[in-house]
Design a protein around this ligand. Structure first.
Ligand code: 13P
Ligand code: SF4
Length: 320
């Protein structure tokens, strides 16, 4: 019995059958967290064994809010770098640890602060909405942040007839479906989400009649067109919890299926595409958490001249 770990183990099957070792490491982490007055936050895509011991698990928006509210002195952020950076931007008096410093997000690297400023110069009347999947420098030159959970609301809250949205063109085109404003997008994208194609969904729906396809707004417009429900990762979780359907085709990183399976043993979850794995979200292992906490390393620090304007963009989002 693998406790559902199969779903997180693309290229990492060594976890199966090592439950005892995993338990020992998990206990060690719990002990370290307690001793150091630390909290462990985990994104919905993290490895099963990390989700199991997280103090709080959620989507980007929920994790930002949680990081903001905690009394803990140390935030161990199991996700990717931009998420830990957001926590550090909002909490300069706390220590924010990204257990594996190499856990990045390729979409973040698809735009720079200079490119945002150049784009803005072409549309001086348009506020800039930065997806949280951006660097601290990009947030610092933007007007407001958004996540996949609140992007439409953020855009509609802004003045004027048009907005610039960076860096995800797919999120931009998703928002364009629901807003009267003109959305000017940047051509960034998420490589794992791009892999799901409408043909995949058609084939799976034929194989599992009655299955509902649940997609993330980072999917391509053609894939969104065939979705039965579109939302952030936590929104997807809520949808499958509340739906009466039995079969679900999950159009996001397969780590999300750990909690879905665990809480819904009578429902069946099928990944929309075998390649829907985010290698960066899988970079963090239990050992990384132990090492970083024991040695207090991989601490995220943002220079004040970037942190202060970046904070304003995140605060503008959170105040909605
Ligand atoms: P969520 O905000 O929906 O958790 O998404 C974050 C992300 O990086 C999706 O690829
Ligand atoms: Fe970035 Fe895509 Fe991975 Fe999310 S799933 S962290 S957007 S690469």
């Amino acid at each position: 019995m693998d406790n559902g770990r199969y779903f997180n183990d693309i290229g990492d099957k060594q976890n199966i059958g090592k439950d005892e070792d995993i338990k020992l490491k998990q206990e060690k982490i719990k002990d370290l967290l307690k001793k150091k007055n630390a909290i462990l936050l985990a994104h919905n895509y993290q490895r099963d064994e990390i989700q199991e011991i997280a103090d709080f698990q959620g989507d980007s928006l929920e994790l930002s809010v949680k990081a903001n509210k905690t009394d803990a002195e140390i935030i161990v952020f199991c996700g990717v770098k931009f998420m830990a950076e957001s926590a550090a931007i909002m909490n300069p008096d706390k220590t924010v640890i990204l257990p594996n410093e190499n856990a990045g997000c390729p979409m973040v690297d698809m735009i720079t602060a200079k490119e945002i400023l150049n784009l803005k110069a072409g549309y001086p009347d348009a506020p800039v909405v930065a997806y949280v999947n951006t660097s601290a420098e990009c947030k610092a030159v933007s007007d407001i942040c958004c996540t996949s959970a609140n992007a439409v609301k953020v855009v509609d809250s802004l003045r004027g007839e048009r907005v610039i949205m960076v860096p995800d063109k797919n999120l931009g085109s998703y928002v364009q479906r629901y807003t009267r404003k003109e959305v000017i997008s940047w051509p960034g994208y998420c490589p794992p989400h791009k892999r799901t194609k409408p043909e995949d969904i058609k084939a799976l729906k034929e194989k599992y009649p009655g299955a509902l396809f649940v997609a993330h707004p980072e999917s391509t417009p053609e894939t969104i067109d065939v979705a039965d429900h579109v939302s952030s990762t936590s929104g997807m979780y809520k949808f499958v919890m509340e739906s009466a359907a039995k079969y679900f085709i999950i159009g996001t990183e397969r780590g999300i299926m750990y909690k879905m399976k665990k809480e819904n043993p009578n429902k069946v979850f099928i990944s929309s595409n075998k390649g829907l794995v985010c290698p960066n979200m899988k970079k963090t292992h239990l050992e990384d958490i132990i090492n970083s906490l024991e040695n207090m390393k991989n601490i995220i620090k943002i220079p004040e001249e970037i942190r202060i304007p970046a904070r304003k963009s995140i605060e503008n989002m959170l105040s909605l």
